[in-house]
Design a protein around this ligand. Structure first.
Ligand SMILES: [Zn+2]
Length: 322
């Protein structure tokens, strides 16, 4: 691809109500092959354009395609994963760095972020929730109550938390063991995606994984989530549904790297497969067993991970209450 084929701009649609109120940003296709959010935003835009739906309070910003290069290629990323190392880059080195330089200020202009994604293997939709209120170094936060409330209204029965602390733990171990080939993975800021960046700017937000990439229901899940967020924030005349009952919350506690290209899982793990403490998960190339450190779940397994990169995450049932 020549440079002239690279997208030259990022498109956003903005609806500013005359009545002040919350400022909501909705992102689609941060990963280019995850198009449920794009479809949901297009559907909402038709309703807003026709007058079938009106923004009564606050500011609504819709970005249907957040990574236009990846979207054009129908791939997860263009030149790198946009949803990592989200920051302003004074010397942008690739397409995603340049997108981040436009996107980060947009995120900072809002109070609430809904980032719509989909995933590779099967399973039910889930929401990625930020930390509890804290003043720590890893991810200081003071809007946990509002964020939890939002998560409970997005229609999912599963919530995952603990991303940044688990990521920091992985960085710490990689530093100590010195086994890592990818320098990015030693960077504390590598774990920062859209919602993590939003939290550094005083906002809160949820990444919603709406279903499998090709699932016809995923755009519906995304569409409903946008509308329920508008309802929750009082931005439109939409009835707020009761919060989802029986939500399962899983706390990520560890990230286990692929150490050698011949490290192997014992079976085709799907994300959120349950394991008991001591269960065999895989074998290192040396033959050493990799076992479950506790009763819990295999999360985001990647049998094709590159050496020195995340092989799978380990999660446990969280005692957090929404
Ligand atoms: Zn994604």
């Amino acid at each position: 691809m020549t440079s002239s084929e690279f997208p030259l701009s990022l498109q956003r649609h903005q609806f500013a109500a005359l009545e002040p109120g919350p400022r909501l940003l909705v992102l689609g296709a941060v990963h280019g092959n995850e198009t449920c959010g794009t479809r949901a935003i297009e559907r909402l835009l038709r309703e807003l354009d026709s007058g079938a739906l009106a923004i009564r309070r606050g500011l609504l910003t819709l970005v249907p395609v957040t990574n236009p290069l990846a979207y054009q290629k129908k791939q997860r990323q263009g030149e790198r994963n946009l949803n990592r190392n989200m920051r302003i880059n004074p010397a942008p080195a690739n397409f995603e760095d340049r997108i981040a330089n436009v996107l980060c200020p947009w995120i900072a202009e809002h109070d609430v972020l809904l980032d719509l994604h989909s995933f590779h293997t099967g399973g039910v939709p889930f929401a990625m929730l930020g930390p509890e209120d804290n003043r720590g170094d890893i991810e200081a936060f003071s809007h946990a109550a509002a964020e939890q409330r939002m998560a409970a209204h997005l229609g999912t029965t599963r919530i995952v938390e603990g991303w940044m602390t688990t990521y920091a733990r992985g960085v710490e171990r990689r530093r100590k063991e010195g086994k890592v080939s990818a320098p990015d993975l030693l960077d504390q800021g590598y774990g920062v995606g859209t919602t993590e960046f939003a939290r550094t700017r005083g906002a809160y937000g949820i990444t919603l994984e709406c279903g499998q990439h090709e699932d016809a229901q995923a755009p519906e899940v995304a569409y409903r989530a946008i509308r329920q967020t508008l309802a929750l924030l009082g931005m439109a005349d939409i009835a707020l549904q009761p919060p989802q009952a029986d939500i399962e919350i899983i706390r990520l506690v560890d990230v286990i790297d692929m150490e050698h290209a011949d490290d192997r899982f014992t079976r085709d793990w799907a994300s959120f497969d349950k394991v008991q403490k001591g269960d065999l998960i895989g074998h290192r190339q040396s033959g050493a067993a990799v076992t479950a450190p506790d009763d819990g779940y295999i999360v985001f397994p990647n049998p094709r991970a590159l050496t020195g990169n995340e092989w799978f995450y380990f999660g446990v049932k969280s005692d957090r209450r929404l």
